[in-house]
Design a protein. Sequence first.
Length: 160
Amino acid sequence: MTDEPSSKGLPALIRSYLDDDAIGLVPDDRQKECRQNTWGYGFDPEVLDSAEVAAALAEVAAGLRLKLTASNAPGPATFYAWYDVQAGQLMCSLSSAQPDRLPFSAAYRSTMSADEVTALMADDPHPGVIPWSELREIADDEEAEELPRAPFPVWVAEVR
């Protein structure tokens, strides 16, 4: 599910993650689990309150911990969030994996500090836009070079 910026504000949208009854662990089908549990949130960088976003993420993690404990769901379970630079969105998901085994094909780095993720959001003046000045044309006979990329930060909370 993707939510655009609205009058509810990003923290309220993040908290609404707990209202989705489809959110749950599917350890036997990680692709389904990823599809049903991953939400993306657009945001307005001019009104981004990093502290409130971090608090909302922590509240969702606590709520998921209570929900999974009450339902006696098997572990492990990790709630996590990252900033998708290309989409210009804060992404959140729940996985039946340990923090070091999340379903990313790119290199990532687990962090317990949501500030690392919200700092990337705050530093992006035009979320989801790549300025023309950062693009370059590739000739037909030239292959795109693979540039090494540093692992991106992913805020993690073990909830089961």
